[in-house]
Design a protein around this ligand. Structure first.
Ligand code: LMR
Length: 398
């Protein structure tokens, strides 16, 4: 039977990890997968995480199952981080959280929930988006379509096109929105633009599914939640997928959450019961280590403060790297072409580099990025910035 199995190409993002590891170029730079790196090129364990783990080592009493919704302490801590300390939604018991194995796991819960409870509803996704969005909805058997997000001629956010497309979506369908740090482009909406999106969601009774994978990497932990909180306060029903991979640096621990905001407590309980079944048939119980770390940090004022400072440091470093990149391209006459890099937010930049230029960067310079031209800004450092910019200038014919 295995002889009939089709050989598939490597994942457009994760496949780059292996290709990069195989490359023997001593100057190689990995701008592929979205992981934060420090000035030395390492992805360190946050100090707050290390201290929480030390506490857990003495406090943890069991490795028994934590249940399909995960650790209640994690849910209690994460809900206010996402929805706000004074959230009216939380006060009205309208929100339910199900712990998931990472943001990807949370998205799969969302997709399976849509498939079970809203069959026939299409999910509308920004073009471009994180390629795994398509794979997840495909795997769950949920149909999807695109709305425009970027003007491919100018490589800038095309907000009028986005609004025009949202207005055409059939009533009741699901719209996938990136809360902040849009992956792959780095182009975020202003609060005023979110207000306009909200009006369309209201008017067309669309159900938002908000992918919130980068809280803290855009403008700040509270600032980045503004759109999530606006939609959750103003709409009867909202779905949110949160990830702790980036902001807690817990990539391999697989910790995230699916949150549903329902119109009332009764509906919330019904949704919650469905999520337990969805989780049970996928993986039964989520892994516990990541949630224990997050819950410990958030509940402990000292660790919480330390963690917030560490998130601020990661974000500030990325924003500094963005500006340094544009400045370093000035001598090549490319500062204007890449000016958007300094304006974008989050880990990624849609650089505007064409697939053939990306290929040359990889083959001739050992610089790896996603074929679409998405660069992980945290992937280069002050040390290799000049090498990177020279290589980019070379493939751009400068
Ligand atoms: C990325 O977009 O690089 C990250 O979200 C990692 C992943 O799973 O693709």
């Amino acid at each position: 039977m295995f002889g009939q199995v089709e050989l598939l190409p490597a994942d457009p993002i994760l496949g780059l990890i292996e290709a990069f590891n195989r490359d023997t170029n001593p100057n190689k730079i990995d701008l592929g997968v979205g992981v934060y790196r420090d000035a030395q090129g390492n992805t360190p364990i946050l100090q707050a995480v290390k201290e929480a783990e030390a506490l857990l080592l003495t406090r943890e009493k069991t490795k028994s199952y934590i249940g399909s919704h995960g650790d209640p302490a994690f849910g209690q801590q994460l809900l206010p981080l996402v929805l706000g300390q004074d959230s009216a939604v939380l006060q009205a018991s309208r929100a339910t959280l199900t712990q998931a194995p990472g943001g990807t796991g949370a998205l799969r819960l969302a997709a399976d929930f849509i498939h079970r409870c809203a069959p026939g509803k299409k999910v509308w996704i920004s073009d471009p988006t994180w390629p795994n969005h398509y794979a997840i909805f495909n795997a769950a058997g949920v149909e999807y379509a695109s709305y425009r997000y970027v003007d491919s001629n100018t490589n800038r956010l095309d907000f009028p096109a986005m609004l025009a497309d949202l207005q055409q979506i059939p009533e009741g369908d699901v719209v996938l929105l990136h809360a902040c740090c849009h992956n792959p482009t780095g182009f975020d909406l202003s609060l005023e633009q979110w207000q306009q999106v909200l009006e369309i969601l209201k008017a067309r009774k669309l159900l938002p599914l908000i992918d919130f994978a980068y809280q803290g990497f855009g403008a700040g932990l509270e600032e980045d939640a503004a759109a999530v909180r606006l939609l959750a306060e103003q709409l009867p029903e909202v779905m949110i997928t949160a990830s702790c991979s980036k902001n807690f640096g817990l990539y391999r621990e697989r910790i995230g959450a699916f949150i549903a905001v329902a119109a009332n407590r009764n509906d919330m309980e019904k949704v919650r019961s469905q999520l337990a079944v969805v989780a049970r048939s996928n993986y039964s119980n989520p892994p516990a280590h990541g949630s224990a770390i997050v819950a410990t940090i958030l509940a402990n004022p000292e660790l919480n403060g330390l963690w917030r400072r560490e998130v601020d440091d990661m974000r500030n470093r990325i924003n500094t790297l963005r500006q340094q990149f544009v400045d370093a391209l000035k001598p090549f006459g490319l500062a204007e072409k890449f000016a958007c890099v300094a304006e974008q937010r989050g880990m990624f930049s849609y650089s505007g580099l064409k697939p053939e230029e990306v290929q040359k960067l990889q083959q001739e310079f050992g610089i790896y990025m996603v074929k679409t031209g998405r660069m992980n800004i945290a992937g280069y450092s002050e040390q290799n910035l000049q090498y990177l910019c020279k290589a980019i200038a070379s493939v751009c014919g400068k």
